[in-house]
Write a protein that binds this ligand. Structure first.
Ligand SMILES: C[S@@+](CC[C@H](N)C(=O)[O-])C[C@H]1O[C@@H](n2cnc3c(N)ncnc32)[C@H](O)[C@@H]1O
Length: 206
């Protein structure tokens, strides 16, 4: 049978044992140093897309939020479930751009997190994805998107994505920018390699 790899996930299954350890070394607070001020403070419905090791889903869960974590790479998703045992996080096998399984829930969210995933989508996928994500936001909900720039790790599928394009796509879906920050990588090896990030937060003003 043909082995179907979800586009964007190339390289993750093979590296999962290493990544499950590496990503968990960074705390949530370190990762979102200033953006965190714009994250929900009252119990909210959160969707974490491309949830990886589950670090962020688990942080929101512990703060009392209602969390759905969508991750297409089986090795990452199963590792996350093992690392962050929680009866309340709903772990889904799902992917951008379509988010078919999340949509089947028939729910909307107050905050959607897409950290270090967006640049894995090509231009057409980004357009479809922004529309799908916007449709999952509740009134006045917020969307966090971070985009990686710089050298591409071996075996990964990654595209050069600008903040301007992301802001334009968001605007087509009634999403207004609240926060736009550039930061260098907090991982020492990535920083040394010249990796940097754009962190964006939008609010739905439909
Ligand atoms: C760099 S990791 C980031 C993980 C997590 N968000 C974090 O901040 O630690 C990227 C994750 O996105 C997932 N991914 C790749 N392509 C995806 C897609 N098309 N839809 C959703 N997730 C995807 C990968 O499997 C991987 O777990």
């Amino acid at each position: 049978m043909k082995n179907c790899v979800v586009s964007g996930t190339e390289g993750y299954a093979k590296q999962a044992p290493f990544l499950l350890e590496q990503y968990e070394r960074l705390s949530f607070e370190e990762s979102y140093a200033t953006a965190i001020d714009h994250f929900p403070r009252i119990p909210s419905k959160i969707l974490d897309i491309g949830s990886g090791t589950g670090r962020d889903a688990a942080w929101f869960d512990k703060k009392g939020h209602d969390v759905v974590a969508a991750e297409p790479t089986k090795e990452m998703r199963e590792g996350a479930i093992r690392l962050h045992r929680s009866p309340t996080i709903r772990w889904l096998d799902d992917s951008l751009p379509d988010l078919q399984n999340v949509r089947k829930l028939g729910e909307t969210f107050n905050f959607i997190m897409i950290n270090a995933v967006w640049m894995h989508l090509d231009e057409d996928q980004r357009e479809v994805a922004m529309k799908a994500v916007a449709a999952l936001l509740s009134k006045n909900a917020r969307l966090f998107i971070s985009v990686r720039h710089g050298p591409v790790p071996d075996g990964r599928r990654m595209f050069a994505v600008s903040a301007e394009e992301t802001i334009r796509l968001a605007a087509h879906n009634q999403l207004v920018p609240l926060y736009n920050e550039h930061s260098e990588s907090i991982q020492a090896t990535n920083k040394a390699a010249g990796v940097w990030w754009t962190n964006l937060i939008f609010e739905l003003r439909a």
